[in-house]
Design a protein around this ligand. Structure first.
Ligand SMILES: [Zn+2]
Length: 274
């Protein structure tokens, strides 16, 4: 799943590379409504986007927003990951793609999703009223997001900590990939009840979430994902499938894989006690 660091990076690169470019053509290849969830049909999309210019781009949570000079915004959430690529000319165009945009200067943008993807083309106020993206809450790296906000979130939950943090809108832009590292760094078991965390544990977890996200932003996202130029990120997860059955770097206990709230986590049951 794409989380905040990857969305921020691609949006920043689109803003730098594509702002001012005019879209002269748009093509869908093998359009499949079961993997590309759009608010318009492909024909309507093409009709609305052709002859518009890209003005700017920004990210919120897992969403990449591309502002057009028609006042429409192209909003993309590559839920399960996607190759979102810029091509200076046609020599690097991929054989397979889901969407291709051609620009008047002979450059291109292609998008190929893995799994499914949400893509909306609408005015800003319309996007906010849709179920997705809707109104996106503060992300943990926003200056306005405080430890008090985090505490209030945990206090209100009888659920396990991971489910509380994954609930829509609670911690925008952060999902299991980065939470897994944050739990390990903070020495918190993801199955602990949210309200049961001590004040110090809450602080450790809050700081760890911000550290993990900040570190991934600094390193251009996780190593499994590519940026707009096809370059992989450099963030390597602290604990993941590679560590399963290997000793914990703190205490030598073997790392185990567990299923929590619908996805897998890797934990050291000695450092992260239930
Ligand atoms: Zn350990």
């Amino acid at each position: 799943m794409v989380e905040l660091p990857e969305a921020l990076l691609i949006a920043k690169q689109i803003d730098r590379e594509l702002a001012g470019k005019k879209i002269t053509s748009a093509n869908f290849d093998n359009f499949n409504p079961n993997i590309m969830f759009m608010n318009v049909t492909p024909d309507e999309f093409i009709d609305r986007i052709i002859n518009t210019k890209i003005v700017s781009s920004y990210a919120k949570a897992k969403w990449i927003f591309v502002k057009l000079d028609s006042n429409l915004i192209l909003a993309i959430a590559p839920e399960m990951g996607a190759n979102i690529l810029y091509h200076e000319n046609q020599t690097t165009l991929p054989k397979k793609y889901h969407l291709q945009l051609d620009f008047s200067d002979g450059s291109f943008f292609t998008l190929k999703c893995s799994g499914f993807l949400l893509m909306k083309l609408a005015k800003e106020n319309e996007l906010e009223t849709m179920k997705y993206p809707g109104k996106i809450g503060k992300s943990p790296i926003d200056h306005e997001y405080t430890f008090d906000d985090f505490n209030a979130l945990l206090d209100g939950h009888k659920k396990i900590i991971k489910a509380a943090l994954l609930d829509d809108g609670n911690l925008s832009g952060v999902a299991n990939y980065y939470l897994n590292d944050a739990f390990y760094r903070a020495k918190i078991h993801p199955k602990r009840k949210a309200f049961s965390l001590t004040s110090q544990e809450r602080k450790n977890l809050f700081d760890s979430i911000r550290w993990v996200i900040g570190e991934s932003i600094r390193l251009n996202g996780r190593s499994e994902r590519k940026d707009l130029y096809g370059v992989h990120g450099k963030y390597e997860r602290l604990i993941g499938p590679k560590n399963k059955n290997s000793p914990c770097s703190n205490c030598d206990t073997l790392i185990v894989k567990i299923s929590v709230a619908g996805s897998n986590n890797y934990v050291c049951i000695n450092c992260q006690k239930l």
